[in-house]
Design a binder for this molecule. Structure first.
Ligand code: GUN
Length: 293
């Protein structure tokens, strides 16, 4: 069994981005700029956004963090988005999800200008992705594709089972793995809460993408020998032995699954760092596309 070291791979790609940014700065006076909007005090969201901003600093991007209390109205948030859409200094921006209940996430996503939607959530980018047209790919699936590519994991003809059908991970992942490309050309099954005999479906998988949001859901008895397991889950479970009072676990029971599979991503240190790296890659792409426009 080999561990797919997302943390190390992300560090390597960030170094590559840093070198490219230095050239852009030197030769074209261009500094990619990512802005992030964070509403409220959700601890996980705060931690993700902090990591995104820190990564920007690391590669030499400019970053702007806009923090708002969760009492912000939908209209006020939409105005912030409009301002970012019009701000030529900003190459791309994200609005961290989830948002407070009184704000319509769909409306927010639709307001972001597709050219700056480095999360790849806008239907224009999603539609382009679906049709194989160049677009910003959603960061988590994009990070996973990059992992599969850099570890030279074969996907062609493989049976890939995606656990979860969210707009952010499960659905785009299933589209990307079935497209005519590498990584892709897989036979994909997308599964969800209504799937019958999920264990049997999972046992037929050569590649499992677990994005269901249930701690340690996938256990060793549900997977085939030598399968590849990508664990997207980041779940906080109570742990009084830890300083913070919790530990992070994935959607996969690492211990029982890792003894059977050929490759596995750990949590933390697997998909998470690659998601942030993919966001940087999209922001760099946006900054470069503005240069050639
Ligand atoms: N919440 C969980 N994942 C993501 C992500 O990739 N982008 C944004 N904006 N919010 C998220």
């Amino acid at each position: 069994m080999q561990i797919i070291d997302g943390k190390a791979l992300a560090a390597k790609i960030k170094q590559e981005i840093k070198e490219e940014v230095a050239v852009l700065k030197r030769n074209h006076q261009v500094v990619p700029h990512l802005a992030a909007v964070l509403v409220g005090n959700d601890p996980a969201s705060q931690s993700y956004v902090k990591s995104k901003v820190r990564s920007c600093e690391l590669v030499g991007f400019e970053s702007t963090l806009i923090r708002k209390d969760d009492s912000i109205t939908e209209q006020e948030l939409l105005e912030i988005i409009e301002d970012l859409n019009e701000n030529d200094d900003v190459d791309g921006f994200i609005v961290q999800l989830p948002l407070p209940k009184h704000i319509d996430e769909q409306k927010v996503t639709l307001t972001i200008k597709p050219e700056k939607d480095v999360d790849g959530f806008h239907p224009v980018n999603f539609g382009k992705m679906t049709q194989g047209i160049d677009a910003f790919l959603p960061a988590t699936p994009m990070g996973i594709l990059e992992m599969l590519k850099r570890y030279e994991i074969k996907t062609e003809g493989k049976h890939c089972v995606v656990l979860g059908r969210s707009n952010i991970v499960g659905t785009p992942m299933s589209i990307l793995l079935s497209r005519k490309a590498y990584p892709g050309n897989a036979t994909v099954t997308i599964t969800h809460s209504r799937t019958k005999d999920l264990s049997a479906v999972l046992r037929s998988a050569d590649i499992i993408i677990a994005a269901i949001g249930i701690p340690e859901f996938v256990t060793g008895d549900m997977v085939k020998e030598d399968c590849v397991v990508i664990d997207v889950g980041i779940n906080r479970v109570e742990d009084s032995t830890r300083l913070k009072g919790y530990r992070l676990v994935g959607d996969v029971d690492f211990e029982s699954v890792s003894s059977r599979c050929s490759y596995i991503t750990p949590v933390p240190g697997g998909v998470g760092p690659m998601t942030v790296t993919a966001l940087l890659m999209n922001t760099l792409k946006s900054a470069k596309s503005k240069m050639s426009a």
